[in-house]
Design a protein around this ligand. Sequence first.
Ligand code: CA
Length: 364
Amino acid sequence: MKRRNIIKAVGAAAIVGTLSACKPQEQNCKQQAGEQKLHKWKMVTAWPKNFPALGTGANFLAETINQMSGGRISITVYGGGELVPPLEVFDAVSNGTAQMGHAASYYWKGKTPEAQFFGAVPFGMNAQEMNAWLYHGGGLDLWTELYQQFNLVPFPVGQTGVQMGGWFNKEINSKEDLKGLVMRIPGLGGEVLKRAGGSPKILPGSELFTSLQTGNIDATEWVGPYNDLAFGLYQAAKYYYYPGWHEPTACLEGIINKTAYDDLEEDLQQIVKIACVAANQNMLSDFTAKNKTALDTLINQHKVELRKYPDDVIEELKGHAQAVFDELGEKSAMGKKIYKSYKAFAEQTRSWLDISENAYFKAR
Ligand code: CA
């Protein structure tokens, strides 16, 4: 009866079938008579289906898990809006409508502001540093602890690397130009812009082009050249600013319904974990490999004007970013704990990267 309840709780996700790969010494082959549990999962995402890097990254994860598990876990991927709207991924996985989701943690700041530490911190850690913190600095343990109350198990699934600053219809020549600016920019970056006098909005990627074209927003950030080209944002704005001060990387998240995750046999849990590590690195490589070619296309073919944010704009934003970061660490006991860990790790890793990566960038 208990078994039956668990199966019901994960949305009838697990069914019993037969797999020829079953070996008697494996714990989930206790029913050597031939019956083995199959886990049929749905993965909802915040991206258009098959969208470059983000959507294909979710596909990569699903396929990798399907293959590594020999079909014992079978995941079907849904694009944003196919099963649930893009910004409802968190709730859908939390309540078991889907067993898995792929999105970005800062979309959920209304539910748990502390989640933003794991997505992107303006002027904070880059992809290399984030991965180090998450995997080897206690970051993922804190993220897991934070999401437990939502019946979710999180994993980093994709780093974007440093993003672009965004698309603007007017030039940003000084910090005065930020005042009154209506810009799509989620998470802590949005809060920073607000304090600089702007008006941030959170919109799913699929709405960016129309919002920019109709003047609903004056500017938008999305990811970087590879993704921004795919959305055709160059048709709605002329100036393309860098660097993405607000997202030194976006660490995307794979979230799993905890009941569904706990229902997995131990070896399958390990497969899911390792597949997420692989997908996390794979996406960063994908972006790094394709961004420059896309940027060349934007500039040469679509006549986009590349602009660097003026120093005073960066300085203004950096000041607000520090305050926003510090305040986030004061919101709750859990926030304090994550803040302390993030801050200490970021400081120590920066002093190392200054004499390694950074010194090398300058030297080469
Ligand atoms: Ca972004």
